[in-house]
Design a protein. Structure first.
Length: 202
């Protein structure tokens, strides 16, 4: 159950980019449904290779994920201590890390259902969307926030069972960064990414 819900969390973490203007709650909700269905349909097709699926996820993240701002948040004050080159390297590795995580979790997809039940503009350009996930007749409410910036949508956070995804990722990396700097974390993350990719395509 936990794994099946988790893949949805990462899925929704990567799919917010659009060229709409004057966005409202309906725009966010309708666009989100379309993007979710696109990714789910990809994984329903057994004729599509793992490499192609992973490339599609990576491309989506590169277009839609607010990489720099969230990457900066998850590493805390280690960001300020690092050079610009090290920061840029981490942003790319972190986005790759997310795409591989999504690819891994999507392997467990088995026609779970979702419904977007509410979308509210809590203040100008900032939206709160409630989504209901159903698995084995059990329902789980997920809430996430999306910010509109220059006529594009970017996810800012995702909350499930009162746990912020951004804060969970920060906690995950902080355990490493207690003993390592950002440059050393990049080396670790690069090796992890390569191992994860090979596991997914083989």
């Amino acid at each position: 159950m936990k794994k099946n819900l988790t893949y949805f969390c990462f899925l929704f973490f990567i799919i917010f980019y659009t060229n709409n203007s004057s966005a409202n709650s309906s725009d966010v909700k309708n666009w989100l449904k379309y993007e979710i269905d696109q990714i789910i349909n990809l994984y329903k097709n057994d004729d599509i290779s793992a490499e192609v699926k992973l490339d599609a996820i990576k491309e989506t993240i590169n277009k839609s994920f607010a990489g720099k701002s969230i990457a900066k948040f998850v590493v805390g004050n280690k960001w300020d201590e690092a050079s610009e080159e090290v920061r840029e390297n981490f942003v790319e590795l972190f986005k790759e890390h997310l795409s591989l995580t999504v690819g891994s979790l999507m392997q467990s997809y088995s026609n779970q259902k979702y419904e977007l039940i509410d979308a509210t503009e809590v203040k100008k350009g900032l939206f709160k969307i409630d989504m209901e996930l159903t698995f084995n007749e059990q329902k789980t409410l997920v809430t996430w926030g999306v910010k509109e910036h220059k006529n594009k949508f970017y996810v800012m956070d995702l909350i499930i069972a009162d746990i912020s995804l951004m804060r969970a990722k920060r906690s995950e990396f902080s355990s490493v960064l207690k003993k390592k700097n950002l440059k050393e974390l990049n080396i670790i993350l690069k090796d992890q990414n390569l191992e994860s990719y090979n596991n997914l395509i083989n």
